[in-house]
Design a protein around this ligand. Structure first.
Ligand code: XUL
Ligand code: CO
Length: 440
């Protein structure tokens, strides 16, 4: 098999002072941070759809990047070339994991049987490449949003036949996720939502989505899949409203339908901001509910109201992300999947490398910084102290669950003026963050 990225070298760590654009400045895979190598904390993954498939086409124009890899797009030959290119890319960038939708791997055929045969053929080849390279599958998923059959949703469709087609796609995607030893299976509900309530039975649609997820869990467990199922929350785009709006909504849904034991969340940075939240907020909500599963590592643009899927660059964001990850004890089966694409004018193979170098370095910095914040301890200590009034006296009684409303009312009548809640010291804490990040 001949080399595809011929002029591009294996990317090495050269340190922050290096001026070589094709080198890592901060990502040093084996370097321990809080006792664990960077590569294990971060578990970077390549998104097949962006890196091997997307050409930069948008609503206003065709693609600018050539991702043919020497074959004719839409053929099985091209599908195989993408595998060769993908594994060469992961090797050169030291990315240990990848993620895919069924539709990223092969061109869909006229019949489901032929599509599935193609999926078998390509995953046989991927399995061989995985064995040779040691690369692993972070998660698999089914694309239930691009084909026109899903115009009115997949699990939420009004058409029972389409629902069955979605079931067939999930079954196959689970089969190959299991075949390739995948650690997770994602549901991103791209068309699971509505454009108008005037034509939508929200309750029925949500119940049907839950039924499909239940069937997926039952099937997955029956074929021996022990990994995590994930919901990937997103509030809108392509739909006006998507049911998995944000972490809190998705958690409520999972609990409502008894799916919370098998599912966690795959939190995406750009989806968080589309929902009007910070990335950290979504991570925190998932974490405190025991559902922080995996992360789609990208960033949006707050001046734009859509999902721009940019490579992460903002080190405050990556720092506060890794702070949440470290505080929750790390990701169990999950990792950081670059659901990110080059900007349309950055259309050459070197740009694919620069995108990953940027993202991996930004997250390596985030990890280093987050570890420093934790080791510094001042933020943790401040928060602990802030709630100290609940560690003794009436506060302790409240927390223990023994207090009654009447008892608290009587206490309030007795005490006269309540104590002043101490200052929140936001600016001081922000100053501490900057001092820790830039102090040496
Ligand atoms: C879309 C998105 C998806 C999921 C997988 O916004 O994030 O690519 O990550 O279906
Ligand atoms: Co995503």
């Amino acid at each position: 098999m001949s080399e595809i990225f011929t002029d591009l070298p294996k990317i090495k760590f050269e340190g922050a002072k290096s001026q070589n654009p094709l080198a890592f400045k901060f990502y040093d895979a084996g370097k321990p941070v809080l006792g664990k190598p960077m590569r294990e904390h971060l578990r970077f993954a390549m998104a097949w759809w962006h890196n091997m498939c997307a050409t930069g086409a948008d609503m206003f124009g065709v693609g600018t990047a050539d991702k043919s890899f020497g074959a004719v797009p839409g053929t099985m030959e091209h599908a195989f070339k993408k595998v060769d290119a993908g594994f060469e890319f992961m090797d050169k960038l030291s990315v240990d994991y990848f993620c895919f939708h069924d539709a990223d791997l092969i061109p869909e055929a006229e019949t489901l049987a032929e599509t599935n045969r193609r999926i078998d053929e390509i995953t046989d080849y991927i399995k061989i490449k995985m064995g040779e390279s040691g690369k692993k599958l972070l998660w698999g998923t089914a694309n239930m949003f691009s084909n026109p059959r899903y115009k009115s949703g997949a699990g939420s469709t009004n058409c029972a036949d389409v629902y069955c087609f979605a079931a067939a796609q999930i079954k196959k995607a689970l089969d190959v996720t299991q075949k390739l030893g995948g650690r997770g299976y994602v549901f991103w509900g791209g068309r699971e939502g509505y454009e108008t309530l005037l034509n939508t039975d929200v309750k029925f649609e949500q119940e049907n989505i839950a039924r499909l997820m239940r069937m997926a869990v039952d099937y997955g467990r029956a074929i021996g899949f022990r990994g995590d199922f994930y919901i990937e929350p997103k509030p809108k785009e392509p739909m006006k409203h998507q049911y998995d709006f944000d972490a809190a909504t998705a958690i409520g849904f999972l609990r409502q339908y008894g799916l919370d034991k098998d599912f966690k969340l795959n939190i995406e940075a750009n989806h968080a901001t589309l929902a009007g939240h910070t990335f950290s907020h979504e991570l925190r909500i998932a974490a405190i509910n025991g559902m922080l599963g995996s992360i789609d590592a990208n960033q949006g643009d707050l001046l734009l109201g859509w999902d721009t899927d940019e490579f992460p660059f903002d080190v405050y964001e990556t720092t506060m992300c890794m702070y949440e990850v470290l505080k929750v004890g790390g990701l169990t089966n999950g990792g950081l999947n670059f659901d990110a694409k080059n900007r349309r004018p950055s259309h050459t193979p070197p740009d694919m490398f620069h995108g990953f170098i940027l993202g991996m370095d930004a997250f390596a910095l985030g990890l280093i910084n987050a570890a420093k914040l934790i080791e510094d301890g001042r933020i943790d200590a401040f928060i602990k102290e802030r709630y100290a009034s609940f560690s003794g006296g009436i506060g302790k009684k409240i927390v223990s669950g023994e207090a009654t409303l009447s008892e608290l009312a009587a206490y309030a009548e007795e005490m006269g003026k309540p104590a002043d809640p101490a200052s929140g010291r936001q600016e001081m804490l922000q100053g501490i963050v900057n001092a820790v990040l830039f102090g040496d």
